[in-house]
Each structure stands twice: as structure tokens, then as C-alpha cells.
Design a protein around this ligand. Sequence first.
Ligand SMILES: [Zn+2]
Length: 438
Amino acid sequence: MASPFLGRFFVFSIIFFLQSQGEEEESPITRFQQYLGFKTAHPNPNYTAPISFLVDQAQSIGLTTRTMEYVSGKPVLLVTWLGSDPKLPSILLNSHLDSVPAEADKWIHPPFSAHRTVDGLIYARGAQDDKCIGVQYLESIRNLKSRRGFSPLRTVHISYVPDEEIGGFDGMAKFAASSDFAELNVGFAMDEGQASPGDEFRVFFADRTPWELVIRAEGIPGHGAKLYDNGAMENLMKSVELISMFRETQFDFVKAGKAANSQVISVNPVYLKAGTPSNTGFVMNMQPSEAEAGYDLRLPPMADPDVIKTRISQEWAPSIRNMTYTIKEKGKLRDHLGRPIMTATNDSNPWWSVFKQAVEATGGKLAKPEILASTTDARYIRTLGIPLVGFSPMINTPILLHDHNEFLKDTVFLKGIEVYESVISALSSFEGVSDQAI
Ligand SMILES: [Zn+2]
């Protein structure tokens, strides 16, 4: 027989269930969960369903939408909130539609179920990277319009782009290079940032630029027993040592606390290729005539690309040691005016001050601006000379992008909407800068 207590508990549960069901129909959290439910992971991201969801959302708020396709099957969605003075440079808020894959068996909840625990943790691939901001942009505009009756002076655009996680070549790279983008006349842009385990919001003013370096040595082959100069392996190993020494000096700055990881030039060996193959492995009594090594380099914006190139040609792969090299630059270090590709985070950039004050107005605090150790689509926009900050408002949150069990807490997500309300209203009301790029 059920005790009166259990009976009451049952009634409470029903009420709670009904209430939460009611909530489920209309809330920023459930819309976030819906967006997280789309299977947008590579290698086969579904772009159609999330775009139609976002179009519905944008239209329900009274925003206009436009879908462009620079590469077939890879749509870019542009959502627009027209300002009262559309001639002023606009504000662009960017996020990407796609996600990295997830190994479902390593997750405590299925990665596309967007399960919300009793503690409010919402588990999903993309919860932090970066579907949170994609929904927060819209929810903050929904609130600005409906609750505050706010109308922007400058036009606000939100872009949703494909393929960021695989380099953005068919996504933001093509969009940023298009006349559609030029016509937006963007004055200031925002893109994704990263979670902060502490209570200060992290903010990023530059990305590092990746280079792929391959060095090759050639030399006359010789008997394994012979000592002679200019063997291919010997020459390659000299370079490997020199590169390792350079790597150490850079890493020492980080270890001594004098620079963050993302502020130094990293150079890491990724493969070695040499030796004369035999049926059982390699011929052991022969010095080969060719040897090769591959390196991943990451350069912060203040690095001088010419200095690094000189170092490579004179020290790491000099022709006097029968060496050659190739560098594949996976992005630019300088914009069209020859300036380092980074956004000023001081008073010289009035947009920065507006952004910072808007975050602080919500009771938030910004951490010291950082360079992102990897790359995002932000680089394609900064390259055009447009100031851009990388910012995802997630404090007291472990950094779980690309990790198993990626989650975001519901309260953190909701606080982010409030932060964007402040940031978007401040940026779109800003009168000070008319047409210069900073
Ligand atoms: Zn991302």
C-alpha cells in the first residue's frame, strides 16, 4: 500500500512533469536542445535541417534570412536585423553549423540527444563548439525586440557557415571573398571563443597561422660501415637537431611563464621518412640517398614570416647541406595593407571599448585577451582588415570542445544570452565609428 507521503510525492511529480512539459514547448533551452539534435558531424554533416530550423526561428522573431551556396551542398545562412541607418558599417555575428565527429560509445549520453541532467548539464556534440552561440545570438535578439522594444541603429547580421571544422575553405573562406560579403559593409565582427574554467570570460584577438614544413635531404648512398660527409640522413639529422633547439627556446618562454602557448612559434615534428626498405623492414648496412621530415608550425600574428623563412632556408634546410624544403602556408599572417592580422584590444579600437563595457555592464569580467592556439573562421574576416573578437560566453565551464562528453550548463547558456543582449545592443547603437576599418 502506498504511504500518504509517496502519494503526495507522486502528485508533485506529475505536476512537475506537466510543468516541465509546458516549459519544454517554449524556451531558449529547448530551442538550444533542438539545434543540438541535428547531426552536423563530419564527415557527412546535415546542413539542410539545421538551416531550416534557424530560418524558422529567425522568421518567428521578425528577421530576414537569405541562403547562399558558394559550393554545392554547403549552404551559408545569413540572418539580418535591419538597422535604422543601414548605411553605417554593420555588425556581423558568426558561428559554424558543423561539428567534429563524436565516438558515441565513449559518451555518458548520446552525443546528439542533447540530454539535460537534473543538474542542468546539457550533453551534446557542439554544445560548446559552437551551437551555443548560434542560438544565443537569436535568443538575445528575440529578447531585445520583444522585452525591450529595442531597435538597432546599425544593421546586425548573423552568419551560419559550413565546414569550419575542416578548414572553412568551402565555407567562410568563400563567403568572405564574395561580393555578398563585401556588400554587408561589416564594421565589427564576432566569432566563437572558448569556455573558461574560471569566472572571467575569455576573449581572443588573433589566431595562429599554421604552416606545413617539409624538409628533404639528398646525398650519395654509402655502405653502413663508412664514415663520410654529406650523407642524406646525416644532413637531415643536423637539421632535426637545430629545429629541436629552436623548439626548446620557444617552449622555455612558456615554461618560464613569460608567454602563453599561443604567443610563441611552435614547431613540432610530425613524420620522418627515410631508409631503404627490405622484405623484413629496412636494409641495415646501407646509408640511404634521401631523407625527409615533416613539421607542423604555428605562427602568432606578431611573428615575422620573412625571418622564419630565412631561418628555414639558411639553417633548417640549407642548400649547402644538399637540402630542399617546401612550406605550405595555411593562412596569411598579414592583411591586405601588410599589417599583422590581429584585432586591437585597447582604447585605439573604439569597438573594443564598446564590447568590453557591454560585457562589464552585465556584471561579467573579461580575462586578458588571448591569441587562439589553433585557427577558426575568424582569420578570413580579420584578413579583410575587419576587427573581430572571438568570444563564447561560458564561464566556470571545463573546456570540452572536441572532447568526449561535451556539455554546457543551462544557467551558463542563459547567462550568455543576457551578455549578448548587452553586447549586441551596445555595438548596434554605437555611433562613433562611421566607415574606417580599425
Ligand atoms: Zn568551433
